[in-house]
Design a protein around this ligand. Sequence first.
Ligand code: PAF
Length: 279
Amino acid sequence: MIVYSEITAIKKKIKSLKKDLSIGLVPTMGALHQGHLSLIKQAVLENDVVVVSVFVNPTQFDKKEDLDNYPNTLENDLSLLESVNCDIVFTPNPKEIYGNNIISENFDFDGLEFQMEGKFRKGHFNGVGTIVKRLFEIITPTNAYFGEKDFQQLQIIKKLVEKFNLQVNIIPCEIFRESDGLAMSSRNVRLTEKHRLAAPFIYKTLLNAKELFGTKNVEEVIKWVENEFKNHPLLELEYFEIADEKTLNPIKKVISGQKYRAFIAVFAGEIRLIDNISL
Ligand code: PAF
């Protein structure tokens, strides 16, 4: 496994690879967990060369304290990456990516960026779009892997590829969960013990909502979920939405043949957790 932190060096390496080799890219912000490793293992199976980027992208954080508190576990990340046969790691610093001007591009994602996370995290998706586009330019991957836990991000990246006509296949990967159902996230390690014990309630509620979706109308399902959280002593609901999987527009009525998902964001103490389920 080779680690690069400079763009010119990694570009040179990529250029030296045989033209017919497939390159799989897994972009991460480090603090790797089993969820990331499952993406990387899939990339290893499906590509000749696997590149993992580890970069805590400053422009996608709307709160400075979130950026400051983001876990940095590079040494451990590198040994995990070695253990799953990653070939190349890219660990640039912000200056390498942004120079002296740490700002994001402005994108039009056809409204996807204004739904759910976009309402609560201003500028977040411009930051994500900026770094992902930059990584695609540097690494020129054949396939790039993204987890469905950040489903809105995944749809936005597909839109980015479509709008800029980028030559990369976006591969969605299913949510990886702890044995109690909590979706894996780098934030989980920051949960207090009592909030960690409470957090599986989020997925349980999504499963129940999925069942209710078959028998009750959309408004009733939403009300039911909101009530579940009103009565919860430790978890605070930020949003629960049922939306069209492609447009992410919230729905009022079910139209047959369309695909829907339920999306949720919850505060467990200071820590904000998101999850979603296909309905
Ligand atoms: O999902 C993430 O970890 C980040 O948003 C990503 C895609 C690595 C971009 O910084």
